[in-house]
Structure formats: structure tokens, C-alpha cells
Design a binder for this molecule. Structure first.
Ligand SMILES: Nc1ncnc2c1ncn2[C@@H]1O[C@H](COP(=O)(O)OP(=O)(O)OP(=O)(O)O)[C@@H](O)[C@H]1O
Length: 256
């Protein structure tokens, strides 16, 4: 039996008068690698934020069976203020607090060593003392990925970590996530359905409601039936299906 990590039921969220999520249901289990997809404005980020307690739901319940300190979070990078005067190392270290606030002022030797180890593993040890304002999009994503790993999470939630990254880093990133998935459950929000279906195990389509799809193969017809009309980027020559296994690795670039 798989252990449940998070159970969301009957979740409704609105901003002012506008309902974004209504009656959303979702369960995240240990070992999951769940891809969260859906049209622009469908409520993906809102679902993640409600899960983490960053937006207040109107209705519904969110039960965590892991402590929040064991949940790693990589926010959408455009929500990070690049003018904030903080170095790469301090951003990564701030992940140790368990909260979502940047708190660079706590200094602890083992924390620093672990942050450095993560930067090393991500191949960005050389930029440890740079200010975040100086980083490229891909470097920024790597830094925030390191940050989200500081607490050795059991559940890792990533909101479009593939935004602003080049093709090479995109595949490196997904390979890294696949490796991390051996140790933790992953929830990955992405626009690139074709690419994520290559890595995820299951899919949730978010468009006001959440439609869970217990496989990583999804057809345009299924997406339509989930009220999730997305343009699918296919990798093979089978037009209506996103394949779980591909022969080659020619990923599509994806830019917003
Ligand atoms: N803080 C906010 N105040 C008011 N409206 C908001 C707020 N955040 C999001 N919205 C609106 O709620 C809707 C859902 O937004 P959300 O970011 O959850 O969607 P999404 O599926 O993540 O979209 P995208 O694919 O564009 O990232 C959008 O119409 C958005 O404009």
C-alpha cells in the first residue's frame, strides 16, 4: 500500500469574486511523480499555493501526512524579486527554515556545507557568491531547485521549473528530477505536456476542477474530456498520443 502524503478534497479558491478552483480533489502518494497541466489561468499555481497554505481556500480541506518542513517548493521564478539583495548561497541556505520566507540571517555550519554540496551537485558551485539579480534564468532555476532540497524533502513541488531554461538544461533538469524521485514524491507543474509526459508517472489536468489521470500517456481526446483543451506537442509520429517512451531525446524548446 502506498502511503498518502497529501489529500485535497472539495477545494474551492477564489480571488475577489472570481472562482478559480471549485470542488477540486487530489491525492498525492509517496513515490508519485505527478505532472500538473492545464490551460493558462486554469488554476495550477493556485492549487499549489493553496496546498502550501499560501492562498486561503473558501472551502475544502487539505490534509498533509508529512510535516510541511518535509515539503520542498520551487516557486514560479517570475514571482521572485530579482532586486532582493541576496547571494546564491544565502538563497539556498534559506530553504532550511521550512518556511517560505527568505531568511538568510541564520548561519549554521552544517547548513552552509549542505548548501554548498547541493550547488556542487547542480554544477553551479562557481556562482555561490553572486547576487541573484545577476543570474540567467537557467541559473536561477538551479539555485531555487537547490533551495527546495535543503530540508531533504519527502515531497517536492515545482511550479514550472522549465521556464527560461535552455534545451540542454531542460533535459538535465528532468533527468535530475527522475533521480530525485527515487527518494521523494514530485509534483511538477508544466506547460510542456510532451516533455513532462516523458518523465512523469501520472497526470492531473487543472481547469477549475482537477482531473486525475493515472498514467503518463494521454490523448488529445482525453484532454478534451477532462475539459483541458491543450495543444499537445508530440514527439513521435503517432499523432494523437503522447508516448511514455521515446526512442530519441530531441526535446522541444519551450518558451513563454
Ligand atoms: N493574486 C491573485 N489575485 C487575483 N487573481 C489572481 C491571483 N492569482 C491568480 N489570479 C487569477 O486566477 C486565475 C488562475 O491563475 P493561476 O496562476 O492559478 O493559473 P495557472 O493555471 O497557474 O496559469 P498559468 O498557466 O498562466 O501559470 C487566473 O485568471 C489569474 O489571473
Amino acid at each position: 500500500m502506498k502511503e498518502k502524503l497529501v489529500e485535497i478534497s472539495n477545494l474551492s479558491v477564489s480571488y475577489d469574486q472570481k472562482t478559480v478552483l471549485e470542488g477540486a480533489e487530489l491525492i498525492v502518494n509517496e513515490h508519485d511523480f505527478l505532472g500538473v497541466i492545464g490551460p493558462n489561468g486554469g488554476g495550477k499555481t493556485t492549487l499549489i499555493k493553496a496546498m502550501l497554505g499560501l492562498v486561503k481556500p473558501d472551502l475544502g480541506s487539505i490534509k498533509f501526512h508529512v510535516p510541511l518542513s518535509k515539503v520542498g517548493y520551487l516557486p514560479q521564478i517570475n514571482q521572485v524579486d530579482r532586486r532582493f539583495p541576496i547571494t546564491v548561497l544565502d538563497v539556498v541556505r534559506s530553504g532550511r527554515t521550512g518556511g517560505h520566507l527568505l531568511n538568510p540571517f541564520r548561519k549554521d555550519k552544517s547548513e552552509t556545507l549542505y548548501a554548498e554540496e547541493l550547488l556542487e551537485k547542480m554544477g553551479i558551485a562557481a556562482i555561490r557568491d553572486k547576487a541573484i539579480g545577476e543570474l540567467s534564468g537557467g541559473q536561477m532555476q538551479r539555485v531555487f531547485l537547490c533551495r527546495s532540497l535543503m530540508n531533504k524533502p519527502k515531497l517536492l513541488i515545482l511550479d514550472e521549473p522549465d521556464t527560461f531554461v535552455d534545451n540542454q538544461f531542460e533535459s538535465e533538469l528532468y533527468e535530475k528530477l527522475k533521480e530525485l524521485n527515487e527518494r521523494m514524491a514530485i509534483v511538477l507543474v508544466s506547460h510542456d505536456v510532451g516533455t513532462i509526459s516523458y518523465y512523469v508517472k501520472t497526470i492531473a489536468c487543472v481547469n477549475r476542477q482537477v482531473h486525475y489521470h493515472p498514467s503518463n500517456i494521454i490523448s488529445t481526446e482525453q484532454l478534451a474530456s477532462y475539459n483541458c483543451p491543450l495543444q499537445i506537442i508530440t514527439h513521435g509520429d503517432i499523432p494523437h498520443t503522447v508516448l511514455s517512451m521515446h526512442e530519441n531525446h530531441d526535446h522541444h524548446g519551450h518558451h513563454h
